[in-house]
Design a binder for this molecule. Structure first.
Ligand code: HEC
Length: 104
């Protein structure tokens, strides 16, 4: 098991590697409907208080991709067979740009 710091540093390293290899973007519009993948998977934890809110925080897309692939403490990792690279890339760009959730 890596220490928290080693784990965080390796996450950053992976994020930088991903940033270098990322192609041009084809993201869903940030103010449009949420991607199905977000609603069906991520929101089950992240809109329900299990994980931290993701929308409106401008989290860096490569860091989001690294966390989804590697997992983070209570968050499970997702393999490319579960979430293909292209879907993850589009999802993370959506999350990076998405506005804060409106309060009802
Ligand atoms: C089973 C519940 C669960 C699911 C499903 C889930 N997450 Fe998480 N996620 C968590 C938890 C819990 C954390 C907090 C981990 C920690 O900081 O210890 C987290 C943390 C994160 C973080 C870091 C947030 C921060 O503030 O540092 C990101 C980014 C993230 N998740 C993205 C996603 C994405 C994208 C999806 C959908 C593909 C997803 N998660 C699906 C539970 C989940």
């Amino acid at each position: 098991m890596l220490s928290g710091r080693a784990r965080w540093l390796s996450t950053i390293g992976l994020a930088l590697g991903l940033a270098a290899t990322c192609g041009p973007s084809q993201a869903a519009p940030a103010d449009g409907p949420k991607p199905t993948l977000y609603v069906q998977v991520c929101a089950q934890c992240h809109d329900k208080g299990v994980g931290p809110v993701l929308l409106g925080r401008r989290l860096a897309a490569p860091a989001i991709q690294a966390i989804v692939r590697r997992g983070l403490n209570g968050m499970p990792a997702f393999r490319p067979t579960e979430i293909p690279d292209a879907e993850l890339a589009a999802l993370s760009r959506f999350l990076q740009e998405a506005p804060k959730e409106q309060q009802p």
